[in-house]
Design a protein around this ligand. Sequence first.
Ligand code: PEP
Ligand code: MN
Length: 433
Amino acid sequence: MNQQPDWPDPSALRAVTGRLAAAPPPVFAAECDRLRDRLAAVARGEAFLLQGGDCAETFGSTGVEEVRGKLKTLLQMAVILTYAAAVPVVRIGRMAGQYAKPRSSPVEERDGAVLPSYRGDAVNGREFTAGARRPDPERMWRMYESSVTTLNLVRALTGGGFADLRQVHDWNRGFVVGSPAGERYERLAGEIEHALSFMQACGADTRGLTTADFFVGHEGLLLDYEEALTRGDESGRRYATSAHFLWIGERTRDLDGEHVAYFAGIANPIGVKLGPTAHPDAVLGLLDRLDPDREPGRLTFVVRAGADRVRDVLPPLVEKVASEGARVAWVCDPMHGNTFTAPSGHKTRRFDAVLDEVAGFTEVHHALGTHPGGIHVELTGDDVTECIGGGYEVRPEDLRHRYETACDPRLNHAQSLDLAFRVAELYRAGRTG
Ligand code: PEP
Ligand code: MN
């Protein structure tokens, strides 16, 4: 099967999927339905989707500080977009389940030695040894445990008042100060605080002003795992309970493949990544198969064409879908089409290319009268040096300082805030221009 590991021991695999099938579901159907309603607002052009987190989560990064750092970064980005672009923001963490990775090659070669590629902590270990790279189904149980641990933290932090708008200054606490985007954020937080005081002085009750729900999603790649956690609700509809939102990756969106078949059978809101080679007819095929009822909120297309291609690739796709009368959410992933290897050997991305892809995506939608519905980004709350550029300039020679990703390069905290400010400007310019 496409991008599935070669589990060496079928009985060990059955034992794990059996335990997963009997385990409590991480999320519930009603939560997935609520997200579908929120995404319907995105599809109708009334809200914006912010989706972000690691390229690959690891079992070693489920601690409070790591999770809180990512959550705070996403909350800050969402408040920047809400305030600066005056649009409601739906937030989905690329978190609590992002443990399996598709690979362009099933093997990796180093100094003449050939071993299976690292497929994410859900499958094997990163270390370049035969033992670590052997797929181990027991890792899927650890994926479940790590996901529920992370989800518990996310739920406790957002439900415990941490996502309250009155904490807008606190979300910046603990981050490196002095970046231009960080300072800009402090000013914006001050304005929001001022606006809240004004509302209070006018007699409005600002106590309930949480910035609303926070959802989680990941690539639904490992079908053994996803199927074991698929459950029916009272009405007989089936839901993936590993996350609220699942997406199909660029390498597994084959119309006749197992992933599309699985996704067609679940009721969650779902996404499909579309790379530069996506043909309008293939996109129409996906639409018919995955959203036959044309239900706004069900389907999100996540376009990752690359900064130099998006202006050519996107218009025929959007026009084809619009001509069908379908209301999907269109989201821009400005990361995966802009990856290259730096002279130092690090896989990296330029902040300017990321921004340019979002600009191209927004331009196309504004020209066609459709809605640039959101962004899907790889980021972390840490002060890593994995992407080049940004307001707090990371130079190519800085890459080696803090290059910590388990897979693709992520925007660091300052770059993430910088991106949110720039996206808000693009969005507003398009609406008023
Ligand atoms: C990813 O989101 O990490 C990924 C592998 O993306 P894509 O499927 O778009 O290549
Ligand atoms: Mn990635």
